[in-house]
Structures are given as structure tokens and as C-alpha cells.
Write a protein that binds this ligand. Structure first.
Ligand SMILES: [Zn+2]
Length: 428
């Protein structure tokens, strides 16, 4: 028997685009998919070792398009009711020293893999390259978004930091790319956004920001008032001309959004005018359902965004916001949305796989069961048997047990350097 070939039979085999079969089968050879589909279409290759999964579905590895692995040491924390109070808590408890950042990131990577994610869009929150190095040393792919902050007269220094970082860090290695993350419109000024967009376009880097996340952000951007204005004054980061641009965050960033397709984390608060702008700009949105609910945001316009032709991926945000201390994955976001909104399970699978891959600039086919080298293959418990493939995929989402890897994501061989780059200025 050729043990390099494995034939897996399962009650359901599904991805977002090419396969939805009940029962189903997948033929693997080493780390590649040879075929996936109905058992009849795959047949019984004589040289393959056969595994029969009694009550698990086979799905592709997932993408978590927005997370903060370097906060994973903190664990879940109840929300105290104030967004600025929460930012203060993160500032106090986050790791800032390279060894501690590495340990927190490693813990986060283990939790992401336990959650079934083969790729992450991770925000390196203190402008450190340590998370990038740890991702490159691990069996996980994706993007490490280097986060920066800079308002008013501090923008010049932040632009220099970005230029220096892009000029000195290997941009694409071991399946992990460098990305840029101007933190938000209440913590980065127009010169920082413009410079980050220019650098991202020139070097073909993914670029992300937190946008339209809270009502506090909308108030600060529109009027220059509210809790975020007070917080920035407390940090010494406020100065005349900061905030109060008189419009919605999407409108004030419209020019830079039009210059390069941004990945926008959250977008909890937006309407038809903003949907039109985002669609025209080719922006993608990453929605973090459990984090959004954790902060008390009522609903989310993900269906309106999708209807406007905007790609919506799923993310977890940080472990602080989650109810799964043992994992950091978008399977649990799919489950949350299916339970709350009855969202179509195949649409959710797309949001957690191919949409996430496209949002991060990764090869979407790696997050399907098409022939070729996948970014891992999962077995996920089915809560109870159902009549149709669609209903069985829904039954997968009614469960709450963790997924397991049938074919784990590959492990890059090259160990990266450990250099840290920490800019001055406030960190949130
Ligand atoms: Zn975030």
C-alpha cells in the first residue's frame, strides 16, 4: 500500500466554490489534493489508505482576516462598557518587550491553528517586527500588518518609520507578507494614510485600517469631540486641527481609499452612501462578529455590503473579545452568525475561506478543496445528521466543538531574524 495516498470518506465534503457532496470523499497524495467530490467520482484507488470519518465534515483550512495575536496572553476580558476604557486596558496589559511579544504571538498562533485557521491577517500592534518573525517561523501563512500611529505634527515621524520599515524588512517570505496598518482615522492623520498607501502601492503590500468601528470614532471624525478627543488629550496626542473633519470616516478617507484597495476592519457603522464609496474603491471589509457584539454594536451591515458588491471576510479581532479561550478561529464566527442571523452556511464558508484569502492577497484556491496544494484540510464535527448537503453544513455550524486538522498547514523551513522596531508615540 502506498501510504502517501490517503482516501478520506466523510458524511459531507464541502468548500465555498467547487465541492458540496454528501456523502463525500477526498483523495490526498502527500500534502496535495488529487480529487474531492462524491465517493463515486473519486472511486477506490487500490494504493490508498482509507479513513472513514463517521460524524465529521471535511472542509478546507480557514482564514482569520483580522486578529491581534500579540494580545493573546491577556485572554478573554469582560467589556466594561467604555471603548476608551478598553483601549486603556489594552495599553496597560499588552506586551511591549520583544521576548514577551514573541511569547504572546506564539500563543496566538497556536490558538489560531486550534481554531482551524491556516492563515491570519495579524496586526503587529506596537510597530514591532517580532510577530512577523514568529509567523514566518510557524506553520501558518498570511499577513503581518505593521501598525502605526501619528496625528498632527507627529505624522512626519510616523512616515519616516514606515519608510524605514518597508526599506529594511523582507516583504514576502515563508508564506507571510508584510502589510501596513495605519491604526484608524482617530489615531492617524491624512499624511500617514497617504504615505502608507503610497508605500503599499509601490511595494505591492496589503494595507488595512480600523474604520467606522464605533460611534465614538464617528463623533470624533465629524465633530472633534467626545471620549476619543478626551483620550487623545490625555495621551498628549491631540492638537488643533486633529479630528472634526465634518463627515463620516469613509468620506474623509475617500481619496486614499480610491488610490489602493484597502482592507477595512469592522465597518460597523455605514450606510448606502458609504457602501457606494467602498464599492467604487474596491475596498474589502473584514467583519468580526463576536467582537462587534462584545462591544455592543447593534447588528452589522455585512449583507448590505455584500449586496453592494463588496467582499466581506471574517475575523476574530483579539482573544480579549471572545468566548473561546482555547482557540482563535473563524469557524466560531461562522457559528455565531448562523445562530444569530440564520446566515447561509455556504456564504459563511466563503467569508471564512476564499473571501478572507482575497482580502489578504492570498491565493483563494488554497482555501478550497480543488486539486493542488491546499492550506490545510479540516475535519469538523457535525452536530446531528441532516437530509441535504446544505442542511448538513448548517449542522456543522450548530456544533461548538473544535475542528481538527486532517492535513495540517505546511511548515516553512527558514527561521527569521528577531529584530524589533518600536516607534515612539502612543500605542493602543
Ligand atoms: Zn483590530
Amino acid at each position: 500500500m502506498n501510504r502517501a495516498r490517503r482516501l478520506i470518506h466523510a458524511p459531507l465534503v464541502a468548500d465555498a466554490e467547487s465541492v458540496l457532496s454528501m456523502p463525500g470523499a477526498v483523495l490526498l497524495e502527500h500534502d496535495r489534493i488529487v480529487a474531492a467530490g462524491s465517493p463515486e467520482s473519486i472511486g477506490q484507488p487500490e494504493d490508498a489508505e482509507v479513513t472513514v470519518l463517521e460524524n465529521e465534515a471535511v472542509l478546507p483550512g480557514l482564514v482569520n482576516a483580522h486578529t491581534h495575536l500579540d494580545l493573546s496572553h491577556i485572554g478573554p476580558v469582560p467589556f466594561g462598557g467604555s471603548f476608551t476604557g478598553w483601549i486603556e486596558l489594552v495599553r496597560q496589559r499588552r506586551a511591549v518587550e520583544a521576548t514577551a511579544i514573541a511569547a504572546a504571538t506564539d500563543h496566538g498562533i497556536a490558538l489560531a491553528l486550534a481554531g482551524g485557521c491556516a492563515a491570519v491577517g495579524d496586526v503587529a500592534g506596537v510597530g514591532s517586527t517580532v510577530p512577523l518573525a514568529r509567523l514566518r517561523a510557524a506553520a501558518i501563512g498570511g499577513v503581518s500588518f505593521l501598525e502605526c500611529f501619528g496625528l498632527g505634527s507627529k505624522q512626519e515621524r510616523t512616515v519616516e518609520f514606515l519608510q524605514q520599515a518597508v526599506g529594511s524588512i523582507p516583504l514576502d517570505r515563508d508564506g507571510v507578507r508584510l502589510g501596513l496598518q495605519p491604526h484608524s482615522p482617530y489615531s492617524c492623520g491624512p499624511a500617514v494614510f497617504a504615505a502608507a498607501a503610497r508605500l503599499a502601492a509601490a511595494h505591492n503590500l496589503p494595507i488595512c485600517t480600523h474604520l467606522a468601528e464605533t460611534l465614538e470614532e464617528l463623533e470624533f471624525v465629524r465633530a472633534g469631540t467626545g471620549p476619543l478627543a478626551e483620550m487623545l488629550r490625555g495621551f498628549g496626542a491631540w492638537e488643533p486641527g486633529v479630528g472634526g473633519q465634518g463627515d463620516h470616516p469613509v468620506a474623509i478617507l475617500a481619496e486614499v481609499l480610491a488610490a489602493i484597495p484597502f482592507l477595512l476592519a469592522h465597518v460597523n457603522y455605514a450606510g448606502p452612501r458609504e457602501f457606494a464609496t467602498l464599492a467604487a474603491c474596491g475596498a474589502r471589509v473584514v467583519y468580526c462578529p463576536r467582537a462587534s457584539a462584545y462591544f455592543g454594536h447593534a447588528g452589522h451591515p455585512y449583507r448590505e455590503l455584500l449586496a453592494a458588491g463588496i467582499e466581506v471576510a471574517l475575523g476574530t479581532d483579539s482573544l480579549l473579545c471572545l468566548d473561546t479561550p482555547d482557540r482563535l478561529g473563524t469557524l466560531d464566527e461562522m457559528r455565531f452568525l448562523h445562530r444569530r442571523d440564520g446566515t447561509d452556511p455556504r456564504l459563511l464558508l466563503r467569508m471564512a475561506t476564499t473571501a478572507g484569502a482575497r482580502a489578504l492577497g492570498l491565493a483563494a484556491d488554497s482555501f478550497t478543496l480543488r486539486p493542488g496544494r491546499p492550506a490545510g484540510v479540516l475535519a469538523v464535527p457535525i452536530a446531528n445528521p441532516a437530509e441535504s448537503p446544505h442542511a448538513t453544513l448548517a449542522a456543522v455550524l450548530r456544533g461548538d466543538r473544535p475542528p481538527r486538522w486532517v492535513l495540517p498547514p505546511g511548515r516553512p523551513a527558514c527561521l527569521p531574524d528577531q529584530a524589533a522596531v518600536v516607534p515612539d508615540g502612543f500605542t493602543a
